[in-house]
Design a protein around this ligand. Structure first.
Ligand code: PEP
Length: 250
């Protein structure tokens, strides 16, 4: 049985004041979330604050990115060990905004995935196709390529301590959600692709859907057999909406 995980990616939003209000709202409502694990991924500048605010709650902490290097002369970067100092459990790697806006390659994302695990963190590996790739019929090939960059370099067993987030890029921040069927088809493909290398890794792997998931569409998406949670952008910035998605997970 895979426990659903609902993670909020706050991106570069908020202020010290607004994140305090958001976390306070989450703490008020978290007891009504039954089966899902709930995690928040604040901007790096607020990790220390959020870490201390959620101490003693069931809310887990994640970061939005990390360096592929362990330490050294990498101005502006943050290592996995530094994230550990703030009790991060998760770190997002390969978000489409980093792949497509910051030009991160599959290889760099794979190195970040490994750096996260080397530091004892659980990477959330984001994969997903651009609109033109879907229209060209290469959605599955794109997702496979992004996953294979990790497994070819480090072996399929590294997926044991990880989460994959399938995020069709055309659905992120656009209000256009993949239909439950479209999402389930790709999730099933991803699980099957991994199963062809290791059935038990595939069976245990949590695969989140991300892309305009909200309080209104979450239940139907989360009811799909291969959708094990959500990676939530916009709707994670309002405590009520994020908690409603958590409750929709069952
Ligand atoms: C995301 O950024 O991972 C995401 C899914 O964003 P949104 O929910 O706003 O589409």
């Amino acid at each position: 049985m895979r426990q659903p995980i609902i993670a909020g990616n706050w991106k570069m939003n908020g202020s010290l004041e607004s994140i305090r209000t958001l976390v306070s709202g989450l703490k008020d409502g978290i007891r009504d979330v039954n089966s899902a694990e709930m995690a928040v991924c604040p901007p790096a500048a607020y990790l220390a604050e959020v870490s201390s605010l959620i101490t003693g709650t069931t809310i887990a902490l994640g970061a939005q990115d990390l360096s592929n290097a362990a330490s050294g002369a990498y101005t502006g970067e943050i290592s996995g060990d530094m994230l550990n100092d703030f009790n991060c459990k998760y770190v997002i790697v390969g978000h489409s905004e980093r792949r497509n806006i910051r030009g991160e390659s599959d290889e760099l994302v794979a190195e970040k995935f490994k750096a996260a695990q080397d530091a004892g963190l659980t990477p959330i590996l984001c994969v997903g196709e651009l609109l033109e790739e879907r229209e060209d019929g290469i959605t599955e090939a794109v997702c496979a390529r992004q996953i294979d960059a990790v497994t070819d370099a480090y072996g399929v067993s590294v997926l044991e301590n990880s989460i994959i987030a399938y995020e069709p890029v055309w659905a992120i921040g656009t209000g256009k959600t993949a239909t439950p069927e479209q999402a389930q088809d790709v999730h099933a493909f991803i699980r099957g692709h991994i199963a062809s290398q290791d059935q038990s890794v595939a069976d245990g792997l949590r695969i989140q859907y991300g892309g305009s998931m909200n309080a209104g569409n979450a239940a139907e998406l989360l009811a799909q057999p291969d959708i094990d949670g959500g990676l939530i952008g916009g709707a994670s910035l309002k405590a009520d909406d994020f908690l409603a998605i958590g409750r929709a997970a069952g």
